[in-house]
Design a protein around this ligand. Structure first.
Ligand code: FES
Length: 158
């Protein structure tokens, strides 16, 4: 059964009600379940946690991690932190952009979005990426091409 956003939100609001310091855990849980934080939920979240709408909106927009719209069918995250940068991470970003047609941290292209992340905990095995949430380390251009083709095939894309 596919849950609706409201069905997902209600138990989270109940769990965190009245605890303003639990905004981040609530937002993480909501995005884990829905793929994004629907801006329409901001008033309910603010009311439940005794925060202003501006405070909730400010947190959502401050943290790059939170999406305000549904994710693309295929989401590629490329680590741009130091260890990955020192091992070809930025060249990999350019390759990923050329391969997918999507600009990093820009609009999705043909159902693919490419996002920056800052450390995936694989520094010793950099560069690291995720594709649809699956972590991959020691990713060079050729390996990325194979992983990306697999992900698109699994998702029913060519
Ligand atoms: S710097 Fe890229 S995984 Fe840590």
């Amino acid at each position: 059964m596919v849950s609706t956003p409201h069905a997902t939100l209600a138990p989270l609001l109940a769990r965190h009600a009245g605890r303003a310091n639990e905004l981040l855990p609530l937002l993480h849980a909501l995005q884990d379940r829905e793929g994004y934080v629907d801006p329409a939920h901001v008033p309910a979240i603010a009311a439940a946690l005794n925060l202003s709408r501006a405070e909730v909106h400010g947190v959502i927009t401050f943290y790059h991690h939170f999406r305000s719209a549904p994710p693309a069918a295929t989401v590629v995250q490329v680590c741009r932190a130091e260890a990955c940068r020192s091992r070809g991470g930025e060249a990999l970003v350019a390759h990923v952009e050329a391969c997918t047609g999507a600009h990093i941290d820009g609009e999705a292209s043909h159902g693919v979005s490419v996002e920056s992340v800052y450390c995936l905990g694989q520094c010793a095995l950099s560069p690291a990426v995720t594709i649809n949430g699956e972590l991959h380390a020691r990713v060079g251009p050729a390996r990325f091409d194979a992983l990306f083709a697999d992900a698109r095939e699994q998702g029913g894309h060519d």
